[in-house]
Write a protein that binds this ligand. Structure first.
Ligand SMILES: [Zn+2]
Length: 300
């Protein structure tokens, strides 16, 4: 249906199930939960998650894990991480089985393991060491950006990443702002997913190299400039802030679409710049200049 001939990543459903706090029950075999729509009982375990992702034939499938609350106790997190580890062995075995079947749509589907452990660095490190031994295609840090401070998150990334394989991609799930990405890359993270560019775009919040703008702000009412001077995105090449603001105020869908287009273009361009800066061994100065730009407010 998507007509998308490029890589696709699917999540395991773990995070989504665990966000239904009052509706779910976690057991060794998997998770029982009630549909938030009609209440009917559903079971999902590691095998079910791998089967669904195999049917979707994504490029990368994520392991089925538990994402515990940021408020959970150390004891809870330790038990949860131990179970997540046992689930990972089951995910790997099931993925291998599925990939070997003759009618599997994508028999080269990759599996990424997910590191958990809340903000307990020692639990994170032990878990990272254990899952690294499975020689998976890549590894993710999960359960971050769920309520802890940015400094706590950076600290955990810094502590954990050295214990994940350096020759495999490292993925920080659900993060984040442009500044979060710059800081995480500095600590060894390779890739990201986040709703910010699209969700914020739908609310008229657009990212620029001089910080974020809220296009609903009255000061943009007669502003003939594009969202960002020099931006090559379809929104900036064709439309003014004033016009996009008008579309947003009039609740015209095009306003949201243009903001989302610009934001995705902005994030994608930043990732290109990051790769280039790393290759040219000037990441530290690139990051510094970029972060300083975000702090600078543009002149009106
Ligand atoms: Zn633009």
């Amino acid at each position: 249906f998507m007509n998308w001939d490029k890589p696709i990543l699917t999540d395991s459903g773990g995070f989504q199930v665990f966000s239904l706090t009052s509706l779910r029950k976690i057991k060794e075999e998997g998770v029982y939960f009630n549909s938030h729509i009609d209440g009917h009982k559903i079971f999902m375990g590691p095998e079910e998650s791998m089967q669904i992702q195999s049917n979707l034939a994504s490029t990368i499938a994520m392991a089925f894990d538990e994402c515990p609350s940021s408020l959970a106790t150390r004891e809870y997190i330790q038990n949860s991480v131990d179970r997540t580890k046992r689930w990972l062995y089951r995910c790997k075995a099931e993925m291998q089985r599925l990939n070997s079947l003759p009618d599997t749509i994508n028999p080269n589907q990759m599996l990424f393991g997910i590191n958990q452990g809340g903000t307990f660095a020692d639990i994170r490190i032990e878990h990272a060491k254990a899952i690294s031994e499975l020689d998976l295609d890549g590894y993710a840090l999960g359960g971050l950006a769920v309520g802890e401070t940015h400094e706590e998150m950076y600290h955990i990334i810094e502590e954990t990443v050295p214990y994940l394989p350096q020759n495999k991609p490292t993925y920080l799930m659900g993060v984040g702002t442009p500044a979060n990405i710059l800081e995480a890359v500095d600590r060894g993270v390779d890739f990201f997913d986040c709703v910010y560019p699209s969700r914020n775009g739908r609310h008229g919040h657009v990212y620029t190299n001089h910080g974020k703008l809220n296009l609903f702000n009255a000061k943009f009412e007669l502003d003939e400039r594009p969202i960002e001077e020099g931006c090559g995105c379809p929104a900036c090449k064709n439309y003014s802030r004033a016009y996009i603001r008008h579309l947003l105020k009039a609740k015209e869908m095009l306003g949201m679409r243009l903001c989302v287009l610009h934001n995705l273009y902005f994030y994608n361009t930043m990732m290109e710049e990051i790769r280039e800066a790393i290759e040219e061994h000037r990441y530290a100065s690139y990051k510094k200049a970029k972060l300083e730009g975000f702090e600078m407010k543009e002149e009106n």
